[in-house]
Design a protein around this ligand. Structure first.
Ligand code: 16G
Length: 241
């Protein structure tokens, strides 16, 4: 792996500049998630700094959640992602913006009649048809989230219309949501969820419910997402008014 050189802007101390260089390399995908970092002594000789400086730079990136140290195995990029909380974007778009390749494993893809719950959530009359899409969402092969979407059947020509991206399929029929409500809360993953997400049972996660609306106010999407707590920072801009 080639990282560097150190930026010459020269702002901050040596370890801060090294940390910045490593952060850039991680964000640009030069070092991929789950890839081990070169050994401290190699980084020290590559950058012509002391091992203490390397250690301090790595410590700061561990504290920021970008790196994780695994005993006896080395230091790894965590694949942690910053996500704009208030932006109505899709998983595919979020990951593509970071140069990461999205794959999804289908857990369920079905067509059915609304349950009373879904009927209430989506504002559909009893007997209406819906599509259900349950997917394990991965970035660069790493499981990031479990998602369960329920979409009114009028929105899509069929379940097979959703190939890689749900929002892309909705966009094609002119039914991409233009507004959404989102609710987030902390959860602990049960054994089945943990296995899919390749984390320990009981690991911390974020449960997010999104309800997406069309311009005319109709609900077009009800999605429940379980995001890995160790993979996301949710970021939002706050204003006083
Ligand atoms: C995001 C949305 C989810 C939406 C999905 C579409 C959150 C919390 N959830 O994961 O509601 O259904 O994107 O992604 O952001 P897709 O177009 O890649 O299938």
């Amino acid at each position: 792996t080639h990282i560097g050189p150190l930026d010459d802007a020269g702002r901050g101390s040596l370890y801060q500049r090294l940390a910045r260089g490593l952060r850039d390399a991680i964000e640009q995908g030069v070092i991929r998630p789950e890839e081990p970092l070169p050994a401290e002594r190699d980084l020290a000789s590559d950058f012509e700094v002391s091992r203490i400086t390397v250690r301090k730079a790595l410590d700061s990136l561990v504290a920021d959640g970008l790196l994780v140290r695994r005993h006896g195995a080395g230091t790894f990029v965590t694949g942690r992602v910053e996500k704009q909380f208030a932006k109505l974007s899709s998983f595919t778009e979020d990951m593509a913006a970071r140069g990461r390749t999205v794959t999804s494993e289908w857990l369920l893809q079905s067509e059915g009649v609304v349950t009373p719950d879904e009927s209430m959530t989506l504002g559909l009359s009893p007997g209406a048809a819906v599509y259900r899409f349950h997917r394990l969402r991965c970035a660069d092969g790493l499981p990031m989230a479990i998602e369960r979407s329920t979409i009114p059947a009028f929105a899509l020509p069929g379940t097979e219309a959703v190939d890689a991206s749900l929002y892309e399929a909705l966009e094609k029929t002119g039914n991409r949501p233009v507004r959404a409500l989102q609710r987030l809360r902390a959860v602990l993953f049960d054994a089945a969820q943990a296995e899919l997400l390749t984390v320990e049972a009981g690991a911390a996660g974020l449960f997010i419910e999104r309800r997406g609306f069309l311009d005319d106010g109709r609900v077009i999407e009800a999605t429940q997402s379980w995001y890995r707590g160790d993979a996301y920072d949710f970021v939002a801009e706050l204003t006083t008014r």
